[in-house]
Design a protein around this ligand. Structure first.
Ligand SMILES: NC(=O)C1=CN([C@@H]2O[C@H](COP(=O)(O)OP(=O)(O)OC[C@H]3O[C@@H](n4cnc5c(N)ncnc54)[C@H](OP(=O)(O)O)[C@@H]3O)[C@@H](O)[C@H]2O)C=CC1
Ligand SMILES: CC(=O)[C@@H](O)[C@H](O)COP(=O)(O)O
Ligand SMILES: [Mn+2]
Length: 382
């Protein structure tokens, strides 16, 4: 029987590549429900190709319009719609590729329904990883990583005992501005920042990659997913994005996962796990053609956002919620050209400094702190 998939964020970078995999392996996978935001033109295309049962959009008017065009599909909307798609009872796997901490509630509700989670949506793990992992344990639901580094770590660990792992080494490309000093970042434009050297991704994560907050979020994501302490997670600058991450074991062996930078590989692995499926048309890795791979130590003054993220992770409690919400708000302001690039770090640091940390927060507290932090950051501009 085919694996039935519900997909949050179908019109995004990961969403579109997930549809590629479902299309390539239509004998293995079936899309049963999906969510989008506001891209209704793309939604119509998906609806014409995939015979799904349920679709969620952000706006009620879009849901009504689509309902009049596609009478055999059920349309829902808003945050409640996201939850309905995520927890769709006919799904075996939820691919969570929505952007931002709005993915938290749908993830928790899907877990309660016993649906396996393939997670790209790192903001959910950063804002409330402890709630996701607790629920996954309680309902015995696998959480499979889609983020390339975490898929690499998961593959390198290959089920070996935690006690045999010495450290995780997460690679970082350095993003759009890796060859510039911090001083040279004062007047960079949105267009410059969106020009990632190796990956084609959505706008928010591309900015996160340029500030290096993406790597900070990924360190927290690794801590949450693999239960490894911050002391044993290292970040290594690797400009080619060929080694997606590595695990060093106690016997000094290091196991890495390599591949061309193509998110369809980790997406497919999360869907096919524990099996592997062929990708006959994909570009294969040719190390002789690449010739050299480069590695450099991280500079935490140059990449200040990475330091802020690790500080937040070590503080725990609601501090990672503040880090994430402040970052989401600040990146949105940068993309709207309301603040400069370096102001992103500044606003996040100010939000963290102003926050009184709350340990072991429940869902209500997380949602409250998230909303308050976004307000605080926006008010900093007044
Ligand atoms: N892109 C990549 O290669 C990678 C991404 N990730 C993570 O995956 C997630 C998605 O990233 P990416 O695909 O790049 O993002 P995109 O911006 O390309 O896509 C985001 C998707 O989420 C939808 N969306 C955005 N906001 C909302 C909202 N408030 N409510 C409902 N739907 C919403 C968008 O809808 P619409 O466009 O219709 O408005 C779109 O479908 C992020 O958490 C990112 O960090 C992780 C590793 C790699
Ligand atoms: C494809 C992916 O997983 C991104 O998170 C990617 O890792 C971004 O690259 P850098 O953050 O290393 O620039
Ligand atoms: Mn990544």
């Amino acid at each position: 029987m085919r694996k039935r998939i519900s997909l949050l964020g179908a019109t995004g970078s990961i969403g579109i590549q997930t549809l590629d995999i479902i299309r390539e392996h239509s004998e293995q996978f079936q899309l049963v429900a999906f969510s989008v935001g506001k891209n209704i033109a793309e939604t119509r295309k998906i609806l014409r190709e995939f015979p799904v049962q349920l679709v969620s959009v952000i706006n009620e008017e879009d849901a009504s319009q689509l309902q009049s065009e596609f009478s055999h599909v059920e349309f829902v909307y808003g945050d409640a719609g996201l939850v309905q798609v995520a927890a769709h009872t006919n799904a075996d796997v939820l691919v969570n590729a929505v952007l931002g901490s709005v993915g938290l509630n749908p993830t928790l509700e899907a877990i309660k329904k016993g649906i396996t989670i393939a997670i790209a949506n790192k903001e959910t793990l950063v804002t409330a990883g402890h709630l996701v992992m607790q629920a996954a344990k309680e309902y015995n639901v696998p959480i499979l990583p889609v983020d390339s580094e975490h898929s690499a770590l998961f593959q390198a660990m290959n089920g070996e005992k935690r006690s045999e792992i010495a450290k995780l080494i997460i690679t970082a490309s350095g993003g759009s501005f890796r060859d510039r000093t911090r001083e040279e970042l004062k007047n960079v434009t949105v267009k410059d920042a969106l020009n990632h050297p190796n990956w084609s991704m959505g706008s928010k994560i591309t900015i996160d990659s340029a500030t290096m907050m993406n790597k900070g979020l990924e360190v927290i994501e690794a801590r949450v997913l693999f239960d490894i302490s911050y002391d044993d997670i290292e970040v290594l600058l690797h400009r080619e994005s060929i080694i997606h991450s590595m695990v060093e074991f106690e016997d000094t062996s290091v196991i890495a996962q390599l591949g061309t930078p193509d998110m369809r590989v980790p997406i497919q692995y999360a869907l096919s796990y524990p099996d592997r499926l062929p990708r006959p048309h994909a570009k294969r890795l040719n190390l002789a053609e690449i010739g050299k791979l480069h590695f450099e130590e991280m500079d935490y003054n140059r990449y200040y956002a990475l330091k802020l993220a690790i500080d937040a992770g070590r503080a725990g409690g609601t501090m990672t919620t503040v880090l994430n919400a402040a970052n989401e708000a600040a990146v949105a302001l940068f993309l709207q050209e309301k603040i400069g690039f370096l102001t992103i770090d500044e606003l996040i640091e100010r939000a963290m400094d102003a926050h009184v940390n709350i340990s072991s927060p429940d869902l209500e507290t997380i949602l409250h702190v998230d909303a308050q932090t976004r307000k605080t950051v926006r008010n900093m501009l007044k």
